[in-house]
Write a protein that binds this ligand. Structure first.
Ligand SMILES: NC(=O)CC[C@H](N)C(=O)O
Length: 207
């Protein structure tokens, strides 16, 4: 990635980092606002060329099948998978986690297929089963965090490469593998910026 050559020297965003948020559907603005509140630059990623401008990408929640369909129509599915395979830091929240997974329970095909996990979609049932819970995730911060689940998936199987970051009950709801972070829940919908800071510090700056 050589986007640093085009960055304005006078830009006052921290470390000249640009975080892309896949802007096809779902919670795009909420992620952008969280990143900006931390003092970093955030842009919407809508086409292949946008991938050249970013240091990391967030795949937001929404409807994974719809997002995947549009990615394919825009010929972005393979270039995005390739960029992530080559090391672009990526964080998938909810539908974003489904897009990144190599296996989806009960379905034949995956979407980007870049993270060695098996996920179960709508694992908690219908919309009625959306819920919020307060949990401590020591890897991320010392204070308890509000975890917001909306028609959420969870991870049913991980590989040796995957590190489980958090479980709610028996279910894996946050994990990482190389340059990829996934969460079943929506940190962009809570007022805390901790998860966004964690992604930037550990995955984007720390790579
Ligand atoms: N909040 C969400 O992102 C829901 C994900 C959605 N249920 C899906 O299967 O894609």
């Amino acid at each position: 990635m050589n986007k640093h050559t085009s960055i304005d020297e006078n830009s006052n965003s921290k470390d000249h980092l640009v975080i892309g948020v896949l802007a096809i559907q779902g919670g795009v603005l909420e992620h952008i606002n969280h990143i900006k509140k931390l003092g970093y630059d955030a842009i919407e990623v809508k086409k292949i060329e946008d991938l050249e401008k970013i240091d990391g990408i967030i795949l937001p929640g929404g409807e994974s099948t719809a997002i995947s369909k549009i990615l394919r129509e825009r010929n972005m599915l393979n270039p995005l998978a390739e960029a992530i395979n080559k090391g672009l830091p990526a964080w998938g929240t909810c539908a974003g986690m489904i897009l990144l997974a190599k296996e989806i329970e009960g379905e034949d095909a995956c979407h980007l297929g870049v993270m060695d996990i098996r996920v179960k979609r709508n694992a908690y049932g219908s919309q009625l089963y959306s819920f919020v819970t307060l949990e401590s995730i020591h890897e991320v911060c010392n204070e308890p965090l509000e975890l917001i689940f909306i028609r959420a998936p969870y991870i049913v199987e991980v590989s040796k490469e995957t590190k489980v970051i958090h479980k709610v009950g028996e279910n894996i709801v946050a994990a990482k593998e190389k340059n990829i972070l996934v969460t079943s829940f929506h940190p962009e919908l809570s007022s805390s910026l901790e998860f966004h800071e964690y992604f930037i510090e550990k995955f984007v700056l720390g790579r």
